[in-house]
Design a protein around this ligand. Sequence first.
Ligand code: SF4
Ligand SMILES: [Zn+2]
Length: 117
Amino acid sequence: MPTCPRCQSALDAAMVHCPRCQLVLKAHGHPGIPLHRALDGEPLCATCRYHADDSCNFPQRPQAQTCTLYRPPIQETEEHRFPPRRGFLGQRWRQYQGLGAVLALLLISLVVVLLQG
Ligand code: SF4
Ligand SMILES: [Zn+2]
C-alpha cells in the first residue's frame, strides 16, 4: 500500500490529496496523472531520463521538485548486459532467409516440372 511521502500515512492509490497532511499526490486533480516529487531536495531532473538525453523542454528543468513526466533512468538488466544468444544456425538462418525462400521456390518448381514431364 502506498504511503504519503510527507506524513507516511497509508494511502489509497487513487487519492489525489493526502487526507492527513493535504499533500498533493496527483497532478491536475486527476487520479490518473501521477505527480512525482523530489523527496530529498535534490531536483528530480538530476536522475531523469529526459534530462540525461536532453529531450526535456519543461521550464522547470533542471530544478524540478515536482513533475508529471519524470522517468527514472533505464536500469541495466541482466538481459541488456547479456542478451540471449541465438545458436549458430539461428543466426545464419535469419541472415539467409531470402535465399532460402528462393531456393524453396526453385525446388517446388522443379518437382512440379518433373511430375508433369
Ligand atoms: S521531465 Fe520533469 S524531471 Fe524530467 S528533466 Fe523534464 S522537468 Fe526534469
Ligand atoms: Zn500526508
